[in-house]
Design a protein around this ligand. Structure first.
Ligand code: B12
Length: 325
């Protein structure tokens, strides 16, 4: 088995659902051009951090000196149907119903780095082109690092970027979280994924309750419920029962509507990684329970989850914003 095949198999053994390899070369300029225009149009709303490190975001080599390869991984977070309440009192996006995915993925990327270091091919005697184990460097990236994760995952062959902006894996769909292990080791890259696109389908655009996605390919975070509930300093009023989809009005952390409408979700499998801790009990929370929650209760209920990053004040604000609390 080639080293590349061994690394990808190890990624699956560690609990990831897909893995691919790409080079650390800069991302196609079309991405950075699109991104800069997106910023200029104000679509990043008040996510000021998106304006920083733009060059790094599209040139992985600037994040790790001497980087040659990037191992891209995906973790399926689709809950099984019987784990989901049909009409929960408030809606929490699925990714947020788990333990915090950042340390979970990072920890496994570190393990993958250890494996890769141990399994690398020994340099033939006197061959200075092959790095010694102690010379190989790694950087584990997940979400908060300025890196064009979706573009790299597409280039590593994991899937395509859909109209809903999600990286859609042909079998796993888009309920997947992405992570990257950057390394100075030279690895044979996979072919970029270019087999499927969204065609004429516009279900995600029609499903978005607030018009954040558009047929011209634009995406406006200011209108996105996910942005409004997670990132926005003040939350715009969300649609209620009169909206296209009344369910959207009760999202209090993230939003899944553009994902759930996607045809690629229809036959996608439920998650297989049971170590990634899912909290079905949070679906029972009522607006009243959240509004009266103390800081101690909040810490206890949501320990080690993304809710801690969100914060109790923001959570209560989101419940109030839905006029259900
Ligand atoms: C900022 C951010 C957000 C913001 C803005 C979302 C957005 N679409 O940009 C907010 C808070 C709204 C958000 C929401 C969500 N997020 Co988010 N987010 C990010 C973050 C940190 C940066 C994304 C980014 O660069 N945005 C800038 C815009 C311009 O990017 P974009 O629309 O995807 O466009 C890029 C490409 O798609 C491409 N592109 C798009 N259109 C076109 C058109 C042309 C012509 C060309 C050439 C290129 C191109 O070019 C751009 C640059 O590469 C990434 C992590 C990371 N470091 O990448 C996670 C990330 C994208 N989020 C993620 C998730 C899970 C979500 C949510 C599903 C959470 C939820 N349920 O609420 C939603 C989905 C909303 C959506 N439909 O995008 C995952 C996505 C996994 C996947 N399968 O794709 C990521 C990758 C985190 C992770 N490590 O897993 N998120």
């Amino acid at each position: 088995m080639s080293l590349e095949a061994e690394i990808k198999q190890k990624a699956l053994d560690l609990g990831f659902d897909a893995a691919g390899i790409t080079t650390a070369e800069p991302v196609d300029a079309a991405h950075s051009e699109y991104f800069r225009k997106w910023l200029d149009d104000g679509c990043a709303a008040e996510m000021d951090y998106m304006h920083r490190n733009i060059d790094k975001r599209f040139d992985p080599g600037q994040l790790l000196k001497g980087a040659k390869s990037i191992i891209c991984v995906a973790l399926n977070y689709r809950p099984a149907t019987d784990e989901l309440l049909e009409n929960p009192p408030v809606r929490i996006a699925r990714f947020a119903q788990y333990e915090d995915y950042h340390p979970f993925i990072k920890d496994r990327l570190f393990q993958l780095a250890e494996f890769t270091k141990a399994e690398r091919r020994e340099p033939p005697d006197g061959d200075s082109k092959h790095a010694r184990a102690d010379q190989i460097k790694f950087k584990a990236c997940i979400d908060s690092v300025p890196l064009a994760e979706r573009a790299l995952a597409q280039r590593a062959g994991l899937g395509f970027i859909g109209r809903n902006r999600m990286l859609i894996h042909p079998e796993l769909g888009s309920q997947i979280l992405l992570g990257e292990l950057m390394t100075t080791l030279q690895l044979q890259p996979d072919e970029p994924f270019d087999q499927i696109s969204c065609g004429d389908c516009g279900r995600c655009i029609r499903a978005c309750p607030t018009g954040a996605l558009n047929f011209d390919g634009s995406f406006d975070a200011r209108k996105c419920i996910s942005y409004q509930t997670i990132e926005a300093p003040t939350k715009a009023e969300q649609p209620d029962g009169d909206s296209k989809d009344a369910r959207a009005g009760s999202y209090i952390f993230g939003c899944d509507e553009c994902i759930l409408a996607c045809p690629h979700e229809l036959n996608a499998p439920a998650r297989k990684n049971a170590d990634f801790q899912f909290h079905p009990e949070w679906q029972d929370l009522t607006p009243d329970q959240i509004q009266t929650m103390t800081a101690d209760e909040f810490q206890k209920i949501f320990a080690d989850s993304g809710f801690i990053r969100l914060g109790l004040d923001r959570l209560k604000r989101n419940v109030r914003g839905n006029r259900v609390g």
